[in-house]
Design a protein around this ligand. Structure first.
Ligand SMILES: C[S@@+](CC[C@H](N)C(=O)[O-])C[C@H]1O[C@@H](n2cnc3c(N)ncnc32)[C@H](O)[C@@H]1O
Length: 260
């Protein structure tokens, strides 16, 4: 759905989005946390923890903390050298994060209105969250506000260029070739994707430039970008994945808040 289409109701999309994360938190936890997902285990979690260690970060906000797997992994590596605060709108995620432990403070709230004072954190980590955030401009403004000068925004996203709605592997039998279809990259898109039977998750697609430009307008400048190849554990999941070894699924940006 294009948000500019006639008849599109943003309020309905917003309300449903919240409920769906609440309803499907268990699905997410079962399939993507606690060692269940090779992309998290082999790639996303190690990258996030390495970055926190590399940058010598101490006070961290885990934005869209989910059940807390990123925060817990940071805590396992860096123990009491770090303070980790997690925020998420879904009670079912926060409850699981609380039960699994290892996080200093858990708060219910949304990215567009962070209940923290200015310059509270050395870093904000957002891991596969902004593709579910509708008011992303407000959210990025909030990230900039709560970061200390010189602080870092560690931003992990499903690669918006290569994992566009409608993208996917094509096996063209007639032409005897395989390729990756990109889909309508420039069009902003809000959708409920059926990720498993009867499990609908809200997704928002927007071109990469929208994120980068919003960050820059709030004084967050990209220092590092990574587009890693899918990890072996993912490639091994299905025969056709070997054809997409060179198509990144993940995008990582490390942006720094200016000092003045
Ligand atoms: C794909 S999960 C990722 C969880 C965690 N970051 C991880 O990597 O394990 C996305 C999380 O974003 C949260 N979320 C959705 N909309 C949000 C918003 N507007 N503000 C903050 N978090 C949001 C969801 O409740 C969910 O826990």
């Amino acid at each position: 759905m294009d948000p500019n289409d006639e008849g599109f109701d943003l309020d309905i999309f917003r309300a449903a989005s919240k409920d769906l994360w609440e309803d499907h938190a268990k699905w997410w936890q079962t399939n993507f946390t606690n060692g269940a997902d090779p992309e998290y285990e082999e790639q996303i979690i190690p990258m996030a923890v390495d970055e926190v260690e590399r940058l010598g970060i101490r006070a961290i906000l885990d934005l869209g903390v989910g059940d807390g797997q990123i925060s817990r992994a940071i805590r396992r590596r860096l123990a009491n050298q770090v303070t980790v605060v997690g925020i998420d709108p879904a009670i079912m995620q926060l409850q699981s994060a609380l039960e699994r432990g290892g996080i200093d403070m858990l708060v219910r709230g949304e990215a567009k209105e962070l209940p923290f004072g200015p310059e509270s954190f050395d870093a904000v980590v957002a891991c596969l969250v902004f593709e579910h955030v509708i008011e992303f401009e407000l959210a990025i403004s909030e990230v900039a506000r709560v970061l200390k000068p010189g602080g870092h925004f560690l931003f992990f996203l499903n690669h918006p260029l290569l994992q566009t709605p409608g993208s996917g592997f094509i096996d063209d039998v007639e032409l005897a070739e395989q390729y990756w279809r990109i889909g309508p990259y420039l069009k902003e898109d809000l959708s409920f994707e059926e990720v498993a039977k009867d499990v609908f998750i809200p997704f928002v697609h927007r071109p990469l430039s929208r994120y980068i430009n919003q960050m820059a307008s709030k004084g967050l400048f990209v220092e590092k970008m990574e587009e890693p190849a899918p990890p072996q554990g993912f490639v091994d999941k299905a025969w056709e994945y070997k054809f997409v070894r060179e198509i990144p699924r993940l995008l990582y940006l490390c942006a720094r808040k200016g000092l003045s």
